[in-house]
Design a protein around this ligand. Structure first.
Ligand code: PAF
Length: 281
């Protein structure tokens, strides 16, 4: 496995791999890898010959009062995990390689970022789309994998790739959960034992919606109220608990084939998100 820090070097490795006839996959991450990331690597490897994992804690997607400084950065452990999981290249650039002095170009998706995460984290998606666009330009992968855990993020990235004619297939891979339902996240390390217990209310609220829909409930605003009540009484400082159309993320009006329930809120000082795509049979 090659560990690469410079844009020109990763480009050179990929050029050589392509000359050997390899299809290239990319798994963009901010490191602090957990089994959720490794499931993206595993899925990516099914579609390509060589996988590039990018590790970069992207400063431009964090708000001024967010956790950029304290975000976990266990690089050696991440590299060992990549090695064990058949990654061919890790691209771990320094900040100045991707945002050199004078950097002044941003990529923004408009409508899809005006709500939910975009509303609660102003500027977040501008940072995400700019860095993902840069990484896709640098690596030029055939396939790139993202987690369904960041549901709105994958929708925004799909929109960007479509709108900017980026020739990469975007795969969205299922959320990986602990046996008790907690969605894996690099931020779970911030949770105390007591907070972790509260955090379980997110997956419980989603399971509640799933069961209710399976039993024929179609009153979306009633279900939103039920989620909010459950989460608030469990101790979550809720930002949103909504049921939306799975592609547009707008409110559900007619009867779609699926809905997506999305939650965000604080457990103590830790902001958590979770979601579930639910069939409306
Ligand atoms: O999902 C993440 O880890 C990040 O938002 C991403 C896609 C790697 C961009 O920094």
């Amino acid at each position: 496995m090659e560990v690469i820090h410079e844009v020109a070097t990763v480009r050179q490795y990929i050029r050589v791999a392509r000359q050997r006839g390899c299809r290239i996959g990319c798994v963009p991450t901010m490191g602090a890898l957990h089994p959720g990331h490794l499931s993206l690597v595993e899925e990516c490897r099914k579609h390509v010959d060589e996988v590039v994992v990018t590790i970069f804690v992207n400063p431009t997607q964090f708000g001024p009062n967010e956790d950029f400084q304290k975000y976990p950065r266990p690089l050696e452990k991440d590299l060992a995990l990549c090695r064990e999981n058949g990654v061919a290249y890790v691209f771990a650039p320094g900040k100045d390689s991707l945002y050199p002095a004078g950097f002044d170009t941003w990529v923004e998706v408009d409508q899809l970022t005006s709500m939910l995460e975009g509303e609660h984290r102003p500027g977040h998606f501008r940072g995400v789309t700019t860095i993902v666009c840069k990484l896709l330009n640098i690596v030029q992968p055939d396939v790139a994998c993202f987690g369904a855990k960041d549901y709105q993020q994958q929708a925004v990235i799909r929109r960007m790739v479509l709108d900017l004619d980026i020739p990469t297939e975007i795969l969205t891979c299922p959320t990986i959960r602990e046996p008790d339902g907690l969605a894996l996240s690099s931020r779970n390390v911030y949770l105390s034992l007591e907070e972790r217990e509260i955090a379980l209310s997110l997956s419980r609220a989603l399971n509640h919606v799933q069961s209710a829909v399976a039993s024929g409930q179609r009153d979306w605003s009633q279900l939103e109220t039920e989620m909010a009540t459950q989460l608030s009484s469990a101790g979550v400082d809720l930002q949103y608990a909504v049921i939306r159309h799975p592609e547009t993320l707008q409110s559900v009006d007619e009867s779609p084939s699926h809905v997506v329930a999305l939650i965000a809120g604080y457990v103590g000082k830790t902001r958590l998100i979770d979601n579930m795509r639910i069939p409306v049979a």
